[in-house]
Design a protein around this ligand. Structure first.
Ligand code: PLP
Length: 404
């Protein structure tokens, strides 16, 4: 018997998804509609270098192809293949990370974050996340039924974490703090004293540190950042990294976590992480054969990547600083800028109209969280200079037309 249409009920998504935002992809949906109408979009929205003039180093493709031809197509070990784990451990040592208790491979940093947060927090507890943030942190925490608890990044202080705000936000349910350095969406690279003070806070309040360092090889000028785990060998730290950004293979989904800290204190937590790693069977198997060649082979591509990014960053900062109503802290790492916009409308209205009228695609600051009352846009400066120049001309014209 067929049901009448009236009897059909819409299948509702879980209420916990209300806190999951992914403005980056949401804006892309609007852009796709314009593309279908025949418009050419200038995309300054998604952090995938492979959409632009960046190419995967050929020796990494050869390593994965060989692994596939050699029959490494079955399930792999749950924590990852030993040769990749050894290369990651050696890299951690080069960064001065001591007390390494476990290394494991995952489907990108994304899966590592999901597993490590899931293994730690109970419903009702909370994790300090940055504001603005890479939205996946809060999406996972929403799924886990935790209370949102974000700390401000201080635009007036080069977007460094506001330590006083962290002090105010800490409470008896706080289990961990997420530190994204170099930072998405601001491009900030934190100073050593700030990292030392974060380590001290974690020590004092028994927090686990989640150090997302996926952009640590994309430093555009100034000192190399210290690894938080290096500054806090006694504190439980999970350092996240992977091949997506620095080795130009985001679609391969290769990431990892390195757990460091006092062996006895991290033991129960590690058992939880390992349990979840076993439950999901394994990470992408043949792609793991690219890890050792990536970390130990030629690094020449990084010189070219950084040179391109430096020029594109400079162009972006110049454009922001010479366009009325925009102001920008110069990014020092990664490929993001987070300029402030001084307009009466919301930043979401701003980016939507900019897209429709000038075909320039950026993401509104609200999609990342921002200090109350402030408005921003996030710019991905991966496109070549000609594309960026056209996009910034469109932006300038749009501001002149609507906000002169
Ligand atoms: C700060 C940060 N962490 C993690 C990720 C996800 O990385 P992966 O491709 O390794 O899952 C991204 C991707 O943009 C990111 O910006």
């Amino acid at each position: 018997m067929s049901k009448s249409l009236d009897n059909l009920h819409a299948v509702q998504a879980a209420a916990r998804l209300e806190r999951v935002r992914y403005a980056i992809r949401d804006m892309a949906v609007l852009a796709e509609q314009l593309v279908r109408e025949g418009k050419t979009i200038l995309p300054l929205n998604i952090g995938d270098p492979l959409n632009f003039d960046f190419h995967t180093p050929p020796h990494l493709i050869a390593a994965v192809e060989k692994a596939m031809r050699d029959g490494r197509n079955g399930y792999g070990p749950s924590l990852g293949i030993p040769e990749a784990a050894e290369a990651i451990r050696a890299e951690a040592e080069r960064k001065g990370i001591r007390n390494v208790q476990s290394v494991f491979l995952t489907a990108g940093v994304s899966e590592a974050l999901d597993i490590c947060l899931t293994a730690l927090v109970n419903a009702g507890e909370n994790v300090l996340t940055p504001c603005p943030e890479y939205p996946l942190y809060s999406a996972i925490l929403a799924k886990l039924g935790t209370q949102p608890n974000s700390y401000l990044l201080d635009e007036k202080n080069a977007w460094e974490p506001d330590l006083e705000d962290i002090g105010r936000k800490l409470n008896s349910g706080t289990r961990a703090i997420v530190v994204s350095n170099p930072n998405n969406p601001t491009g900030a690279v934190y100073s050593r004293p700030t990292l030392e003070r974060l380590a001290e806070l974690a020590r004092q309040y028994n927090l686990v540190i989640f150090a997302d360092e996926i952009y640590d090889k994309l430093i555009l000028d100034g000192e190399l950042p210290a690894s938080l785990a290096n500054l806090a060998p006694d504190v439980p730290v999970v350092t996240f990294n992977g091949l997506s950004k620095s080795y130009l293979v985001p679609g391969w989904r290769v990431g990892w976590g390195v757990v460091s800290g006092d062996a006895a204190s991290v033991k129960p937590y590690l058992e939880g992480i390992h349990q979840l790693l076993r439950a999901r069977l394994c990470s992408n198997h043949p792609q793991q054969y690219a890890v050792r060649p990536a970390l130990e082979g030629p690094q020449d591509h990084l010189i070219e990547v950084r040179a391109k990014l430096r020029a594109r960053r400079d162009l972006t900062v110049r454009a922001c600083r010479t366009t009325p109503r925009l102001s920008c802290v110069a990014p020092r790492g990664a490929f993001y800028a987070f300029p402030r916009i001084d307009i009466p409308d919301s930043d979401e209205q701003f980016v939507k109209r900019l897209l429709v009228e000038k075909h320039v695609l950026m993401v509104h600051g609200t999609g990342f969280g921002q200090a109350p009352g402030s408005k921003h846009v996030r710019i991905v400066f991966l496109p070549d200079e000609a594309t960026l120049t056209r996009a910034y001309e469109g932006l300038r014209a749009f501001i002149a037309e609507h906000y002169a």
